[in-house]
Design a protein around this ligand. Sequence first.
Ligand code: PAF
Length: 286
Amino acid sequence: MTTPHILTGPDLAQSWSLIRRRAGERISLVPTMGALHAGHLSLIDAARRHSDRVMVSIFVNPTQFNRRDDFDAYPRTVDDDIELCRNAGVDAIYLPTVEAMYPTGFATTIEPGPIAQHWEGTHRPGHFAGVATVVVKLLLACAPDVAVFGRKDLQQLAVISRTITDLNIATAIVGAPTIREADGLAMSSRNRRLSPDARSRATAIHRGLLAAVTSAARSGDVDQIERAALADIEPAADSIEYVAVIDRATFVRPTGVCAPDSCALIVAAWFDGVRLIDNMTLDGLD
Ligand code: PAF
């Protein structure tokens, strides 16, 4: 097993990637904020299927946190992350410092379009500008042929795909399925902050998503689908930011009846101070 190259600045990432691409190798990137888990491993596996070399970036990006306490509480487990990447056969880890990413004088922000204005965009002001900007910086540093993101962050995936297309960045964006615990909880770096009680209550999110799929199969009525999901999630969560049916292309909530294969139910809810998000396509296939 080879130890991955650790690249601590954009210049090092650029030259590592350039040398491989000149040798005719395809490169994929899995952008992460660390605290890696089995969900990330599935992204690494997907990345490997698309390329000869896999890069993982680990950077807890301060500009995408709208709350300082959330940024401070975000789990940081870099030594374990490196070990996990080594065992997974990752070729290089891009591990920049905040100063390398945002040196003094840094002044440019990418403002994503309408998809970013709903849901996460409303509840986390500035979040998607931070995500779009850092992802573009990661792609320009690592210059991958392919970048793999989890579909658990469905709106993030849509914002990134739009941004990359609009800016003519020559990286193919791949969305990989959500990986769940045996009891249905979507894997997330935030899960390790859940108390045992919150961890057990949080399984209601998955039950709510499945109830939404069942309801969509019966009638497709948007209000009814949301009510079906809320019946599971509301009693379990401390508070709910949204439980909503959205059109997957626009992230706009349809009125009346929806087509299950083009819509998803999206959820953001709090459990003992931890904010969890999840989603499921209403045809139940994703
Ligand atoms: O999904 C994440 O972990 C982050 O939002 C990302 C895409 C790595 C950007 O910081």
